[in-house]
Design a binder for this molecule. Structure first.
Ligand code: SF4
Length: 709
């Protein structure tokens, strides 16, 4: 065992510094095993993929070796919640108890920082005439005088969904870059400089891929000097990645261009061009184009394999897209007339040109190597993307040496061609420094660590590694330390109709009502569709007797729903609080963490197979079939297994939790593939019939009123 391995093992042991200083810390074998594997990878370089079951303590398992190694590191998460938790809690705590002189920086997307230039223009925009806008702008201007970071999270009372938010923050489209009059004081640039000077930088996957696509976030400048990259919540990498690596044209982009042209034109070049007419032309073309996609409930994806998306009237679609292109050309001509007046017009001109190019791309037939679809909601969004990130990502993660860290005040290079070039060690992109030679101190092969609680349904974790191009990575599974056989039970009600039967949702609701009569709340219902969510939610709201509060996703902000649910309550609650049941879909299947008695029953309405007709799913299935494999066994089934595992993972979150998982889909018992799905779940005891289910519910209330039992 070398020195780093020894220090890692010692730190995580029963007599180590964490056991002595961090409240509630307990040494766990799985955590130590994972930490030792991370330690080896940090020292030798390469790719390590670790599926770490709930309760492993994976955050410390990667942070301890990474921080102790003293290597420069990037830690990326899928969600802002985990990003903030790492930066504000986990890393500072470890840095302090380990006594390490480490500089840590948080880098968010540019939309999170105040844009000084746009703030100065905001009072001229039409939105600033709305009631209350002037007062809110005055508050922002006052805060702008004192903030150091410009992080909008500091500003209380302004919601991200406010129409003022985009007026005082920037996008890649509207940022003026080095031609901006406020460039030196720019908060986005200052945040990037701080990241350049830090030893550990916490980012998110969106930023990472934004850079892979367009070098947008400043991560590209960091990567050549980063020795270790950790992706936590790595199961989301592929889906986030394909969104960024493709091309998009949206009506929202067109409306935002209209808004910015109008505000800038009227402020800086009033009377020189008829901005109202040009803007109204593009606005109308965008609206008409959206209408050609038809009316749909919620958001739908239209398949697109030929000249047009399916379900549209071809001539109307082509005519509307042509009208958008013409309106963009008119706008471009107008902008050309004032181009020299201000950098704002040059940037608007570039944006217009980019949108014209995308309109031309989507007027052609789709690229056969990828997949194209139209997403229709209140807006229209056209997307063409690769089927996965394998090609782009395997190029990035191939073994290369690392460059020395740049000086703290180094400017980002202006001529970097792509992240790939940077990652490959092109010396031009190392902030003016030459590429490192081999294995000098602090230099060596780059280490890539990928981790999540769910990365597949079998030991090779192919569900994750193949689409990410990580087929040669070292793979490791760390089992949860929880005793699922003791702590949890699985019930598949044999009497329910098959999903698809018109009465299924109603019978699921009836089963939940029966359970609530015993538990008095503490129940999470996860549905696979919004229709089922509404139907079950409405029935529960109509029939719950007032002793249980029924929460339904969409009826309150997500954060409020989670807070209310965590407060718990129900029969046996010492404070006499009313219990609650939460009916939710989509984002609640993962990341919803409720340890303790507040959650004891998770009900899943049906097996979460990918929705049929989804263009991305269909295109991936087709490729798998062309490779001679089974689209069902090699694609649909692993997808369902991973989703089921994530949903089931909401139940047991600590060593003392007890609970029941109900899957209201008897295909889990009757179909041969059901066995594979059950094998993918933690090994819970089975409840064979309704009487056993009722008995287990009653037992939970006894345990809840006697937590030490
Ligand atoms: S450089 Fe871009 S983000 Fe920064 S102040 Fe200027 S426009 Fe805003």
């Amino acid at each position: 065992m070398n020195l780093l391995d020894q220090r890692v093992a010692e730190t995580l042991s029963s007599h180590g510094v964490l056991a002595q200083t961090v409240p509630g810390f307990q040494p766990r074998q799985g955590q130590t095993d994972m930490a030792m594997a991370v330690s080896r990878t940090v020292q030798d370089g390469g790719q390590l993929v670790v599926e770490a079951g709930t309760g492993t303590g994976k955050t410390y398992a990667y942070l301890v070796p990474v921080l102790l190694s003293g290597q420069r590191a990037l830690v990326s998460t899928a969600t802002k919640a985990l990003q903030d938790q790492l930066f504000s809690r986990d890393i500072p705590r470890l840095v302090e108890v380990l006594g390490l002189p480490i500089r840590v920086a948080l880098l968010k997307g540019r939309g999170n920082y105040l844009c000084l230039h746009r703030m100065e223009q905001a009072r001229h925009s039409p939105e600033s005439a709305q009631p209350g806008a002037q007062k809110a702008l005055a508050k922002i201007e006052t805060w702008a005088q004192s903030t150091r970071s410009g992080d909008m999270a500091e500003l209380t009372g302004l919601d991200e969904r406010s129409s003022l938010w985009p007026l005082v923050t920037s996008t890649r489209d509207n940022c003026l870059g080095s031609t901006c009059p406020r460039y030196r004081a720019c908060h986005v640039n200052l945040a990037r400089k701080e990241a350049m000077a830090a030893d550990v930088v916490v980012i998110n996957h969106h930023l990472f891929f934004a850079d892979m696509a367009v070098r947008e976030s400043g991560v590209a400048e960091l990567l050549p000097t980063v020795r270790v990259t950790v992706f936590d919540e790595a199961h989301q990498l592929n889906e986030i990645g394909v969104n960024f690596l493709g091309q998009q044209l949206t009506t929202l982009q067109l409306h935002e261009l209209v808004r910015d042209v109008l505000a800038t034109g009227l402020q800086l070049a009033r009377g020189l061009v008829d901005w109202q007419v040009l803007s109204a032309g593009l606005e109308k073309a965008a609206r008409d184009w959206r209408l050609t996609a038809g009316q749909h409930r919620g958001s739908v994806r239209l398949r697109w394999t030929g000249q047009h998306p399916e379900g549209v009237v071809p001539d109307e679609w082509s005519g509307a897209l042509q009208a958008v292109s013409s309106a963009l050309v008119d706008l471009q001509n107008g902008l050309d007339m004032v181009n020299e007046l201000a950098p704002d017009f040059q940037r608007l001109s570039e944006r217009t040109r980019e949108l014209m190019q995308r309109a031309a791309l989507f007027s052609e037939t789709p690229n056969p190597e990828g997949v194209r679809w139209a997403e229709v909601s209140a807006q229209l969004r056209l997307i063409e993307s690769p089927l996965d990130i394998a090609q782009a990502f395997s190029a990035l993660t191939r073994p290369v040496s690392v460059m020395p860290q740049p000086e703290a005040d180094a400017e980002p290079p202006a001529d970097a061609d792509s992240l790939e070039a940077l990652m490959a060690g092109d010396p031009r992109h190392a902030a003016g420094k030459p590429a490192s030679a081999g294995h000098a101190p602090g230099v060596g092969q780059r280490a890539w660590i990928f981790t999540s609680a769910t990365l597949g349904d079998e030991p090779s974790l192919r569900w994750f590694t193949e689409p990410c191009g990580l087929s040669s990575a070292e793979v490791m599974q760390v089992n949860s330390p929880f005793d699922y056989a003791q702590q949890a039970a699985l019930y598949v009600p044999p009497h329910l109709p098959r999903p698809g039967d018109p009465g299924h949702a109603s019978q699921v609701a009836a089963l939940v009502l029966e359970a609530l009569a015993i538990l008095g709340g503490r129940t999470l219902v996860l549905t696979t569709t919004l229709n089922a969510m509404r139907s079950i939610g409405e029935q529960l709201q109509a029939q719950c007797d007032g002793g249980v509060e029924v929460l339904v996703q969409g009826q309150s902000p997500k954060r409020r729903l989670m807070e209310r649910f965590r407060e718990g309550g129900g029969h046996g609650d010492a404070q006499g609080r009313m219990g609650c049941v939460l009916v939710a879909s989509a984002s609640f299947w993962e990341g919803f963490d409720v340890p303790g008695d507040a959650l004891q029953l998770v009900v899943i309405d049906k097996l979460p197979f990918p929705p049929p007709g989804d263009p991305l799913f269909e295109a991936r299935s087709q490729r798998i079939t062309e490779q001679g494999k089974s689209a069902f066994n090699d694609h649909a089934l692993p997808e369902a297994a991973v989703s089921l595992k994530q949903g089931a993972g909401r139940l047991i979150r600590s060593e003392t939790d007890r609970g029941i998982l109900v899957v209201c889909d008897n295909r889990l018992s009757t179909m041969s593939y059901g066995r594979r799905l059950v094998r993918g779940l933690p090994a819970m005891r089975r409840l064979e019939d309704h009487a056993a289910f009722m008995q287990a519910l009653r037992q939970l209330t006894t345990d809840a009123s006697h937590p030490s039992a």
